[in-house]
Design a protein around this ligand. Structure first.
Ligand SMILES: [Zn+2]
Length: 198
C-alpha cells in the first residue's frame, strides 16, 4: 500500500543537512493568516487520531523550539505524517499544503474508518508530493554556511599573526623561567658562599 508522506523538515545539524535540505524550512511556513479562514482545531484533532503506521527508535525534536515531538508516523490511509506534526500547527502556526487541507475537509475532519485501525507496518511511503511542495519553502541555510566559510577563511589569514604572538608570548615565558632559575641558582651560591665565609 502506498502512502503520501508529508511533514518532514530540513535538519540544520551538521550531519543531517545534506540529506534533508530537500525538505521545507518550517520557519518559512509560519503563517497565522493561513489559519484565519481554516479549521485549525479540526486539523489538529485529525492529525492526532491517525493510525500509527511506522515506529522509529530515536525521538525527533521540533525544528523550531527543540521540544520532543515523537518517533513514529501516523496515517489516514491516504497520507502519512510524523507523529506530533500537529505540534507545529498548534505551537508555531505552520501552514500545510492546500491539497492536504482539502482532503481533511472532504473527510469532515474525521479520519475515515479505513484509516483508523491500520496495521503498523507494510507500507511504501511516497514523498514526491512533499518534496515538490517543499521547493517553495527551502532553507537559505546554505548561504549562511557560506558566510561561516568566509569568516573561517578570514580567521585563517590572520593565523600567522596569532601564531607569531603565541611564539613571542611563549618565548617571554620561557625567558622568565630561565631568569628565575638563574636567580635561584645565584641565590643558592650566594648563600653557600655566605655560609662558607661566615
Ligand atoms: Zn516547537
Amino acid at each position: 500500500m502506498n502512502l503520501i508522506l508529508i511533514g518532514y523538515w530540513v535538519n540544520k545539524s551538521k550531519y543531517m543537512f545534506e540529506e534533508s535540505k530537500k525538505y521545507a524550512d518550517p520557519t518559512k511556513l509560519q503563517d497565522k493568516s493561513f489559519w484565519e479562514s481554516r479549521d485549525k482545531a479540526g486539523v489538529i484533532a485529525y492529525l492526532e487520531s491517525g493510525s500509527k503506521v511506522n515506529q522509529y527508535k530515536g525521538m525527533s525534536s521540533c525544528r523550531i523550539c527543540q521540544q520532543g515531538v515523537g518517533s513514529s508516523e501516523r496515517s489516514d490511509g491516504t497520507y502519512a505524517w510524523p507523529d506530533r506534526m500537529e505540534h507545529y500547527i498548534k505551537e508555531h502556526d505552520l501552514k500545510i499544503p492546500e491539497e492536504f487541507y482539502e482532503h481533511i475537509k472532504a473527510n469532515s475532519f474525521k479520519v475515515p474508518e479505513s484509516g483508523a485501525n491500520m496495521p503498523m507496518y507494510g507500507y511504501r511511503f511516497d514523498e514526491t508530493f512533499w518534496i515538490e511542495w517543499s521547493k517553495k519553502y527551502l532553507t537559505d541555510f546554505e548561504e549562511k554556511t557560506e558566510d561561516i566559510a568566509l569568516r573561517a577563511r578570514a580567521a585563517m589569514e590572520k593565523r600567522p599573526m596569532v601564531v607569531q604572538e603565541t611564539i613571542e608570548r611563549g618565548a617571554k615565558d620561557i625567558q622568565e623561567e630561565i631568569d628565575n632559575e638563574i636567580l635561584k641558582d645565584l641565590e643558592k651560591k650566594f648563600t653557600k658562599k655566605g655560609m662558607r665565609n661566615g
